[in-house]
Design a protein around this ligand. Structure first.
Ligand SMILES: Nc1ncnc2c1ncn2[C@@H]1O[C@H](COP(=O)(O)OP(=O)(O)OP(=O)(O)O)[C@@H](O)[C@H]1O
Ligand SMILES: [Mg+2]
Length: 213
């Protein structure tokens, strides 16, 4: 089982939206069992899952995990045959994330391409680096044609690996979230669904490259 932690201390950077979409993409692609969990007290990904269950969609599965039991829970999920565990996190820095990073196979960092978001990210980088875990950036909530986009991508490249695949700002991501769904179910052949599938394929490839290196 591979554990992917989606983190960025900046609130509203798109962590929860990215997490549920990637978990759903892995599930739709038949790469499961896929497990989703949420360590954010706001419970955004947990709420999404509850709506999803009400809508009659059972997967990806959800597993509540308390930080105190995280290592044991991850071991149990692995033992039970789970393939991917996606962990949504709170917009915070400090010891909570340090403990979480310890169990990561990959830390995925969505970044809005704005100077303020980049500055906030720089402050969180020491904790990410200190984890010694592989980390990967992707631009999220990207608005096409903004001048900041390419400049931010270049600045990020000096900090670490940046995915070419990006998650753009699209109404469908926000609208589907409220109903426990994703763009993959509402418009399976749409631009957003294609973008998410590409993003998941790229993330998955990097996880498995890391495994072999
Ligand atoms: N790609 C996107 N396109 C459109 N809206 C988005 C996108 N990503 C996120 N949003 C919207 O932006 C807001 C914040 O997104 P989200 O909750 O995913 O961020 P977050 O980083 O998890 O926030 P927090 O730090 O509070 O946990 C939500 O209203 C969400 O619907
Ligand atoms: Mg969130």
């Amino acid at each position: 089982m591979k554990t992917i932690i989606i983190a960025n201390q900046k609130g509203g950077s798109g962590k929860s939206t990215l997490t549920v979409h990637l978990a759903a993409a892995a599930d739709h692609a038949g790469h499961g069992p896929v497990i989703l969990t949420d360590t954010d007290p706001q419970g955004t990904a947990g709420d999404w899952f509850n709506q999803r269950r009400k809508a009659g969609i059972a997967t990806p599965l959800y597993s509540p995990i308390a930080l105190s039991e995280i290592a044991a829970k991850v071991a149990a999920l692995k033992e039970a045959g789970a393939q991917y565990l996606f962990i949504d996190t709170a917009p915070s820095v400090g010891s909570v994330n340090a403990e979480l990073f310890a169990i990561a196979d990959l830390i995925l960092i969505p970044l809005n391409p704005t100077p303020a978001d980049l500055r906030a990210l720089m402050k969180g980088m020491p904790l990410i680096r200190a984890s010694g875990k592989p980390f990967l950036f992707t631009l999220a909530r990207v608005r096409s044609n903004l001048r900041n986009n390419e400049g931010t991508a270049m600045a990020l490249q000096s900090l670490g690996l940046v995915l070419e695949a990006r998650m753009h700002e699209r109404v469908i991501y926000a609208e589907t979230f409220a109903h426990g769904k994703t763009a993959l179910e509402t418009e399976p052949n749409g631009t957003a669904a294609k973008e998410i599938k590409t993003l998941w394929d790229a993330v998955k490839a990097i996880i498995h490259e890391n495994e072999n290196s």
